[in-house]
Write a protein that binds this ligand. Sequence first.
Ligand code: SF4
Length: 259
Amino acid sequence: MSLSHQSTKLQEVRAEILSLLKVLYDKVDLERKFGAKFLQLTPTEKIHTSSEKDVTSPQLIQKSLFDAHKEKEKVELSKSDKIERLKELEEQVNQCTKCGLCKNRTNVVFGTGAPDADLMFVGEAPGYYEDVQGEPFVGRAGQLLTKIIESIGLKRSDVYIANILKCRPPENRNPTANEIILCKPHLIEQIDIIRPKVICALGTFAAQTLLDTKETIGKLRGKFHDFQDTKLLATYHPAYLLRNPNDKKKVWEDIKKGA
Ligand code: SF4
């Protein structure tokens, strides 16, 4: 075999190894997000390439990822698992600088409540008081949310409360599409840990973001939707109710369905 032929062959092998390492890296990264603590390769995942090397095919890796996800769905998380994973996630989110909102925040507003709550409320973004205290729904709208929760026989500590955005937009402006895209994975991971039976989306942004729709809250409210196999109920945001108290009755009717 000529030297140039050998060199070409070596480059091909090198490219193949790099490509496989990239696939494996992506697999480990994704499995870690699914909660896997180690990489498991069973004999059925091994195949032989044309060059007869013992490697893992992208197709089988995809299958493995799917299986890992299904496996994760089957694995129940204990309350202490949930507490630990939420703590780890909160530590990560506290360091987040993915969007410009990190520059002016006083606190990241991660979320609060029961780590194993059956009912989870998702609002839009922290306001002034939430930013100062680092807790969601503590201003006037928050006090109204507390009353709504108590009206169905629960306490704030029985449910989990979070927002789409974890940092306050300046002057309480609406979240931008980019901020929502960048921050949404934090919420998805929270939901994935808490695994509530019902998610209650409060207001237009929460409902539209979680349901991936442009439909108005007026049309979305009052009925159950599906969010990744979890029931999702949309209703008006408490801040809207402070401006439109006549609609309080509609919210109480909505919330009772999720209780
Ligand atoms: S709003 Fe979300 S994405 Fe932006 S810095 Fe805060 S935690 Fe990160």
